[in-house]
Design a protein around this ligand. Structure first.
Ligand SMILES: [Zn+2]
Length: 181
């Protein structure tokens, strides 16, 4: 259980107080997103084939520039994860977007199955250390819109030198983690 989640649990009474009175103005957006008991809806759920095609186009566009190799690897890894998850999670969409009806917070979801959502990450752990809030939102989406008895899944690129740290971070946030080589 991560620190943010503990804090959220501890603040449950204050969270309930503002429930139903989510501020919607720009000024209050940060506060609303922080304390809101999100009411998620899917605003975009592209079919799996559309997402894998888009990734392939991005890979082609990036060409062979060395400076873009990390980016290319990310798209390629995402496609590999999609192919692998297709039968396992019974995927219905990839690269989906969700939005909270109350506060407007949005959240992208890499892969969407019929009972479970998942992340595919080849990025280094340093960049993902700060993404605890994102992991919390993904777990929130999993429990509210999908099977609450299942954790969200994360697939991590084992070629990445930080994959062990990344794995621990996701596990702490309540994900089922798989390292892929
Ligand atoms: Zn919200």
């Amino acid at each position: 259980m991560d620190e943010e989640f503990k804090k959220e649990m501890g603040n449950k009474s204050s969270l309930e107080k503002i429930h139903g009175a989510c501020p919607s103005s720009e000024d209050n957006a940060d506060l609303a997103q922080k304390d809101c008991d999100h009411d998620w809806e899917a605003i975009s759920q592209p079919p799996v084939a559309e997402a894998t095609e888009a990734n392939k186009e991005l890979i082609d566009k990036l060409g062979n520039k060395a400076s873009r190799s990390g980016q290319k690897r990310g798209y390629a890894f995402e496609n590999r994860a999609i192919e692998d998850n297709l039968p396992k999670m019974n995927l219905v969409s990839a690269g989906a977007e969700y939005k909270c009806k109350k506060c407007g917070q949005d959240q992208e979801v890499d892969v969407v199955g019929d009972r479970q959502i998942g992340e595919a990450k080849s990025t280094n752990a340093k960049q993902y250390r700060k993404k605890g809030k994102q992991r919390k939102r993904l777990r929130d989406i999993q429990s509210k819109l999908f099977d609450p008895s299942l954790p969200p899944r994360a697939k991590i690129d084992g070629q990445n030198e930080d994959h062990q740290k990344l794995k621990e971070m996701y596990e702490k946030s309540g994900f089922e983690v798989e390292v892929v080589n």
